[in-house]
Design a protein around this ligand. Structure first.
Ligand SMILES: [Zn+2]
Length: 126
């Protein structure tokens, strides 16, 4: 094989490699673009909809709202307290020193403490 033939062969394989790399890069780019678009769409959806629960007290007529965050906090606090109660059964004195986390009672009117409340879910579009 002559030197020029070898150059030609090398050039050819280089071209094939280059084309393959370019195609790969295009696929990767397209995938990245789709992923970004999907993430943006999700972000926008999350931004546009805020779900809240509207509570109306049947006793005093007080109206208040709580969002998803408070519900999640209430659940995790209740869970932490439940876990602590369980730990107390093993008679570890350390756990007696941990103060109870305040659990927001979402089923009670904050004004008159009545449990006669009406709940409805409202969705705000921002
Ligand atoms: Zn009330």
């Amino acid at each position: 094989m002559s030197f020029s033939d070898r150059i030609k062969k090398w050039q050819k394989s280089y071209k094939t490699w280059q084309e393959k790399e370019l195609a790969n890069a295009k696929v990767a780019q397209e995938k990245l673009r789709l992923e970004r678009e999907e993430a943006r769409r999700k972000q926008e959806l999350a931004k546009k909809e805020i779900q809240e629960t509207k509570c109306t007290c049947q006793a005093c007529g007080h109206v208040w709202f709580y969002g998803k965050k408070e519900k999640v906090e209430q659940d995790s606090n209740a869970m932490a307290n439940a876990g602590k109660g369980l730990m107390c059964c093993t008679c570890s004195p350390l756990f007696l020193l941990v103060p109870d986390k305040k659990v927001v009672d979402l089923d009670k009117c904050p004004k008159c403490n009545s449990r006669a409340i009406k709940k409805e879910t409202v969705v705000h579009h921002v």
